[in-house]
Design a protein around this ligand. Structure first.
Ligand SMILES: NC(=O)c1ccc[n+]([C@@H]2O[C@H](COP(=O)([O-])OP(=O)(O)OC[C@H]3O[C@@H](n4cnc5c(N)ncnc54)[C@H](O)[C@@H]3O)[C@@H](O)[C@H]2O)c1
Length: 437
């Protein structure tokens, strides 16, 4: 069986490799010539653990071919996966221009029946638009089925997640097309849910909104912990042991970011607004998340008695560890807010600056290594919990910083140890009222 995948970003490349692993022949289409050249040479244009070796394996085997020619991709197979981006527009709605472009390209290049599978996260109702865009671009009327197969992978463990999904969701208004796509996953042992298109899409949005809400909820409880000197980790583990709640996504911190939660939550709110539905819980989750940055920076400003002439060292720029993805990263928002309040920023990330030489952060001193960022600084501010930050020699940090202040945006550092070394340490809900235990 042949499969085509259009759009070779985090999702498209991982999906293509997953299908190769399942034994299919895949042609993957990418329009960005720089990315395409890298992929054709077996180099990943982004960082994702475990993908590099699979990429080389399947290129050598010939089970995976990358091309910039969409006609080649479409001619290759009856099943075409769309995995292009669907970023947010300023009003929160989804920018469907990439989806429209691909749909028109598919229609224009179509020569026989195709099952077009939308893996990109798209608002409910988009399937009808895609059908229309394809139809209008066809040179003569040709049959096409539309299927949605939303993706639930997490960057940083994308390969594992696609190879071991909790469930696979397939939506189509044509049971035969749904069955064809379902059969692609016959060797996988997870539950497969087959439903209509809108329901399948809403499963994706609901999952992301629920997870984001869980994080915002525990972050709000973290503020109550701060006020009363209670411990958020103990609250979270005590609550998470209730099997109705579960332990996941109850880690308090500086909040969520990335390429999915912010835009998917915004899109869901927008879908509600378009239908006169005020999604209060989701809106609150979004608001709490936006406020969380200010909550940390208010603490920072208070501890340093203002940020003028103060240097804040930001540790971690990607939105989470083990990825170079900086879309909607909390670190970028923290940097902007520190600068807005008069502070100066030094920044370190083990991955981002190497992978994104084009990234410009005006006024920010980019540190070459971890040590370079904390020298002479007034605050060590951890935003992204890269593993290497757990191995820091805090005795050395104490000697080299100007002010011994640590803000832990992920509640991962050893609060007791740092306080015993003389640091003023603040996470969220970590007995921050008691500076020296
Ligand atoms: N990244 C994630 O963690 C994740 C998880 C689940 C779902 N999703 C969803 O999957 C979709 C893709 O996300 P992503 O992070 O992989 O995006 P991305 O921006 O990393 O990749 C999209 C790729 O598509 C290419 N492209 C755009 N138009 C094209 C065209 N006409 N022909 C060929 N290539 C084209 C772009 O150049 C880019 O390389 C989005 O809808 C996203 O919401 C993402």
């Amino acid at each position: 069986m042949n499969i085509s995948v259009i759009g070779c970003g985090y999702v498209g490349t991982t999906t293509a490799l997953m299908f190769c692993e399942l034994g299919y022949q895949v042609v993957a289409v990418e329009k960005d010539s720089k990315k395409l050249a890298m992929l054709q040479q077996g180099k990943l244009p982004f960082h994702e653990p475990g993908i590099d070796s699979l990429l080389i394996k399947h290129l050598h085997r010939g089970s995976l071919v990358f091309t910039g020619d969409i006609e080649e991709g479409i001619a290759h197979s009856k099943i075409i996966y769309i995995t292009v981006g669907t970023p947010s527009l300023p009003d929160g709605s989804s920018d469907l221009s990439f989806i429209e472009e691909v749909s028109r390209q598919i229609g224009a290049a179509q020569n026989d029946y195709k099952a077009v599978v939308i893996k990109s996260t798209v608002p409910l109702g988009t399937v009808d638009k895609v059908r229309e865009w394809i139809g209008k671009a066809q040179k003569r009327p040709l049959p096409v089925d539309l299927v949605v197969n939303p993706e639930f992978l997490r960057e940083g463990s994308a390969l594992y997640d696609t190879m071991h999904p909790d469930r696979i969701v397939i939506g189509s208004d044509n049971p035969e097309a749904a069955e064809t796509v379902k059969q692609l996953f016959h060797s996988m042992s997870c539950p497969i849910i087959v439903t209509d298109c809108n329901t399948a899409q809403l499963i994706k949005y609901t999952a992301n909104a629920f997870l984001a809400t869980k994080i915002s909820f525990i972050n709000e409880i973290g503020r109550v912990c701060d006020a009363y000197g209670a411990n958020i980790e103990e609250v979270a583990s005590g609550v998470g042991l209730d099997h109705r709640i579960g332990p996941h996504f109850l880690r308090a911190g500086i909040g969520w970011g990335g390429s999915c939660f912010p835009k998917d939550i915004a899109a869901l709110i927008n879908m509600g607004n378009n239908n006169g539905i005020n999604l209060l819980i989701v809106q609150s989750a979004q608001q709490v998340n936006q406020d969380q940055i200010g909550y940390f920076i208010d603490r920072l400003e208070g501890e340093l008695h203002g940020l003028n002439n103060k240097t804040v060292s930001i540790y971690g720029i990607s939105f989470k560890p083990e990825t170079d993805d900086i879309r909607e990263s909390p670190a970028l928002k923290v940097i902007a807010e520190v600068q807005r309040r008069g502070g100066t920023v030094a920044a370190y990330d083990p991955m981002v600056f190497d992978k994104h030489p084009e990234l410009k952060l005006p006024g920010v001193r980019v540190a070459r290594n971890m040590e370079d960022a904390w020298k002479g600084s007034d605050c060590f501010f951890l935003i992204t919990e890269w593993d290497q930050f757990s191995k820091i020699d805090w005795g050395q940090v104490m000697q080299e910083m100007r002010t011994p202040l640590v803000l832990d945006g992920r509640n991962v550092l050893d609060a007791r140890k740092l306080r015993s070394l003389g640091f003023r340490y603040y996470g969220i809900g970590r007995k921050t009222g008691i500076i020296h235990e």
